[in-house]
Design a protein around this ligand. Structure first.
Ligand code: HEC
Length: 196
């Protein structure tokens, strides 16, 4: 009987504990986004930077028409663009479709560079910091152990300053996802290996 109990317990241990301990480790890159880290530290911990160029296109000044003529567009074609005066576009394709509707596809392609050059306005550049996040740290280039310690210190309240409270907002995610020290270490390892 004793033997049987021992056997059954051993079997149970195997069925319950072994799969648990052998469960695939959580992927740190996935954890990083799942725990919303990227919403403050940017993709791969690179900081909150714009990853695309944002362009706006508009004809606001009649002077723009003059510039187009100066750059080589025939007056006749430029005149056809007049309905666009004071119009704004956020999307390049929409802008070009409207231009093509007025001057024809062929000429719009022919003079695209001039039109974009004169009427396209870039409001920010790829890599610029997003306003409001200027003081949030980026992780690229930092040591694994440093990152690990800072995360623990912030989340456990040993590192406190005007910014730390923002980061502690993720505590509910940390708890509901049962994040262990090993997970934190793996995230730190992942962040420390992101190429500059
Ligand atoms: C709501 C915004 C926010 C979120 C979400 C967030 N953090 Fe932070 N994090 C901060 C701020 C702000 C600081 C700076 C705090 C300070 O100076 O004490 C910080 C600091 C850190 C630091 C220390 C960096 C250094 O150079 O000293 C690490 C590492 C870090 N965060 C990792 C993470 C990870 C990993 C996650 C996801 C599990 C995460 N953060 C989620 C805002 C956030």
């Amino acid at each position: 009987m004793k033997m049987l109990i021992l056997f059954v317990t051993t079997l149970l241990m195997f069925c319950v504990f072994v799969p648990l301990s052998m469960a695939a480790p959580k992927n740190p890159a996935e954890l990083y986004t799942k725990l919303t880290c990227h919403t403050c530290h940017g993709p791969e911990g690179r900081g909150m930077i714009y990853t695309e160029n944002k362009e706006k296109y508009y004809f606001r000044k009649k002077a723009m028409y003059r510039q187009m003529i100066k750059k080589g567009m025939p007056v006749k074609i430029v005149k056809k663009l007049k309905p666009l005066y004071k119009k704004k576009f956020d999307i390049k394709e929409k802008f070009l479709t409207e231009v093509a509707a007025l001057i024809g596809k062929e000429d719009s392609e022919k003079y695209e560079d001039i039109i974009i050059g004169v009427a396209g306005r870039i409001y920010y550049h790829k890599g610029d910091l997003i306003p409001g996040f200027e003081t949030y740290p980026r992780h690229v280039g930092n040591q694994k152990l440093y990152l690990y310690r800072q995360m623990k210190d912030i989340l456990e309240g040993r590192r406190t300053n005007g910014n730390s409270e923002a980061m502690r907002g993720i505590m509910p995610f940390i708890e509901s996802n049962k994040i262990t020290d090993e997970d934190f270490m793996n995230i730190a390892d992942y962040l420390s290996k992101v190429k500059k």
